[in-house]
Design a protein around this ligand. Structure first.
Ligand code: PLP
Length: 396
């Protein structure tokens, strides 16, 4: 069995058509888009076309699309930019406890600068209650920043309802849609979204290119100072191949969309059912159906997530743990803890995220291997042994 890649929320492979679209812009069309001669103007045109394509898929206008170097940068710009531009109106920002660190750490930074941040709780399925958003609003609230869909558990927030609340209260609404774009249909105008972040490498586009959509009329200053690129708001010579690749990637992501999403959703549901049926003492994390079509996150009791991942890897399966160990610590994921999942279950959680090329055969293989691996780990676990003993005694 070849390697089975089930970590598409971490990153995705660049599609062949995306790479083919990008390649000429590394070699023959290498001109600087700011130059006036034809060699360069070809590149300016390619950027304009990509901007138009991306705008069309979001229900935005091309002049509301700003290219950045990453989803993290787009989140930083949105939050710091609004905080700065609207500080005479107020200093209060609403977010949630389960945002990506690109949002959470930016909010924590602003807190140190004197801003007040409300970190909303989520329910046990990882969802936000719109009434909690409403209740958190103060006279000083200038920004609501809530993710479209969670990167760990896949839960989709009620974005249209939140957009409506923000609009009614004349508060700017930013959503980090890095995981949602390409998996759900988005219309920024219909959903009252003022700012939206997306990133190329999550949708089979290149790494190092992303977008911040900024609705016309929203006040926000330059994030990077320098030349006149991105209408003077995000200076620096454009990443032309990256921009072209992102344009192509979004076009392909929404091509034959309903059919692709129905297929991935069916595969996801079969995968979840198989895991829950074949492995005792395991539970789905996140919402049962208001979740991204490609996300499976399960808590497996009496195993340690990191070891499970290593064993999966030895069997050719690439997945991800629920533990955030970016800082070298093995603290359980802030997302799982916010759902009220106890530490030991959060530690035993694994995330599988599907891509459009994953097959039923691959899922069947994982469903065959996973129970064996889990059983082998449990056989070595003193906790599991103790649990079984108590369980048997209780039955007597
Ligand atoms: N926001 C979410 C929800 C993400 O999942 C990620 C990446 O994992 C980011 C932001 C950051 O995007 P990038 O990797 O492009 O910086």
């Amino acid at each position: 069995m070849n390697k089975i890649y089930l970590d598409h929320a971490a990153t995705t492979p660049v599609k062949k058509e995306v790479l083919d679209a990008m390649l000429p812009y590394f070699t023959e069309s290498f001109g600087n888009p700011s130059s006036v001669y034809q060699l360069a103007q070809v590149n300016k045109k390619a950027i304009d076309e990509a901007r138009e394509t991306i705008a069309n898929h979001l229900g935005a206008s091309a002049n509301e699309i700003f290219f950045t170097g990453s989803g993290t940068e787009a989140d930083n710009w949105a939050i710091k930019g609004i905080a700065e531009a609207y500080k005479s109106k107020g200093n209060h920002i609403i977010t949630s406890k389960i945002e990506h660190h690109a949002v959470l750490h930016t909010c924590e930074y602003l807190e140190k600068q004197g801003y007040e941040i409300t970190y909303l709780d989520v329910d046990s399925a990882g969802n936000i209650r719109p009434e909690d958003v409403k209740k958190a609003i103060k006279d000083t609230t200038i920004l609501i920043t809530l993710m479209y869909a969670n990167n760990e558990i896949g839960t989709i927030f009620p974005i249209s309802e939140i957009g409506k609340i923000a609009k009614e209260h004349q508060i700017i609404f930013h959503t980090d849609a890095v995981q949602a774009v390409g998996q759900v249909k988005i219309d920024v105008k219909e959903q009252n979204i003022d700012l939206l972040s997306l990133s190329g490498h999550k949708i089979c586009g290149p790494k190092g290119i992303a977008v911040l959509y900024i609705k016309r009329g929203v006040k926000i200053g330059a994030f990077i100072h320098g030349g006149a690129q991105e209408r003077g708001r995000r200076a620096g010579t454009e990443n032309v191949p990256g921009i072209v690749g992102l344009g192509k990637a979004i076009e392909l992501a929404y091509n034959d969309f309903d059919h692709k999403i129905a297929r991935v959703t069916a595969l996801r549901d079969e995968f979840i059912k198989g895991l829950l049926t074949n492995i005792p003492y395991c539970k789905l994390n996140g919402h049962p159906h208001k979740r991204l079509p490609n996300n499976i996150n399960i808590a497996v009791e009496f195993v340690e997530g990191e070891s499970l991942l290593l064993l999966l890897d030895m069997n050719g399966i690439a997945a991800s743990s629920g533990s955030a160990c970016t800082s070298g610590s093995l603290d359980p994921s802030h997302v799982l803890l916010a759902l009220g999942i106890p530490h030991e279950k959060a530690h035993g959680s694994v995330r599988f995220t599907l891509g459009e090329y994953n097959t039923k055969e691959e899922i069947d293989y994982v469903l065959e291997k996973m129970p064996q691996i889990v059983q082998r780990m449990r056989d070595m676990s003193p906790l599991y042994e103790a649990f079984l003993k108590t369980h048997e005694e209780e039955k007597k």
